[in-house]
Design a protein around this ligand. Structure first.
Ligand code: PEP
Length: 252
């Protein structure tokens, strides 16, 4: 029922020239992968170049962050309407933004509501730190992030958002969660909280991605879990063969 979804978060990597090279390398094969929503999320300055390269294909484009205001005196920020010119998606609340740039559930919620207003689909990231995981607080933390981050959305829009469960201890560490642990959080915490917020029907239609050291080797195991609907991929999204293999695994 839920179309698998794979997004590549390039983070602060790739100049415009390098972004063009990366898309040229994997674009043709990526276009052939059917039955999966594939999304590239380059840095802001490469969005236009990548938009031109994927235009007319089924490859989607996303930004990695945005401000919640429509315009004004916010030096260095990018507004939702500016992204809407190029993108269909925007990653919000990534743990690196929460950790290094002081994002909170409250600011994530403002951004999610701004994305709704602009018709951008947010990929909303949630996940516990290592200390929280080790002290058994995963369910409590992730539930709060979902409830607070997504409150106030219209039901019709809520059904089309994407949530990414990314345990912070698994991001960029090479130490992925087990597929069973991720499935348990997706089902019992994230989808349960989405059901409380939006009801059963909407919660069942929302894609929940796993993120954290996903590779071509472990992707299929994650995708075999019933509540894991795809992946948010960091490091491996910069390697064309690897990202392609992850998308192919999602298609199966
Ligand atoms: C991410 O940045 O969202 C991520 C999951 O990174 P990585 O795949 O490198 O762990």
């Amino acid at each position: 029922m839920r179309t698998p979804f794979v997004a590549g978060n390039w983070k602060m990597n790739k100049t415009v020239a390098e972004a063009r090279e990366l898309v040229a390398g994997m674009g043709p094969a990526l276009k052939q992968v059917q039955g999966v929503d594939k999304v590239l999320c380059p840095p802001f300055v490469a969005l236009l170049a990548v938009a031109n390269l994927v235009s007319g294909t089924e490859i989607g484009l996303g930004a990695q962050n945005m401000h919640w205001e429509e315009k004004g005196a916010f030096t260095g920020e990018v507004a939702p309407g500016m992204l809407k010119e190029f993108c269909q998606y925007v990653i919000l609340g990534h743990s690196e933004r929460r950790t290094y740039f002081g994002e909170t559930d409250e600011t994530v919620n403002k951004k999610v509501l701004a994305a709704q207003k602009q018709g951008l689909t947010p990929i909303v990231c949630v996940g516990e730190t290592l200390a929280q995981y080790e002290s058994g607080q995963t369910a409590q933390i992730v539930r709060r992030q979902v409830l607070e981050g997504l409150k106030g959305l219209d039901l019709a829009f809520a059904a089309q958002i994407v949530v990414a469960y990314e345990p912070v201890w698994a991001i960029g560490t090479g130490k992925a969660s087990s597929a069973e642990n991720a499935e348990m959080v997706h089902r019992d915490v994230v989808r349960a909280a989405l059901t409380d917020l939006f009801g059963e029907a909407a919660a069942q239609s929302i894609r929940i991605l796993y993120g954290g050291s996903v590779t071509a080797v472990n992707a299929a195991e994650f995708f075999s879990q019933p509540d894991i609907d795809g992946a948010l991929v960091g490091g491996a999204s910069l390697k064309p063969a690897e990202f392609l293999a992850i998308c192919q695994a999602a298609a199966q």
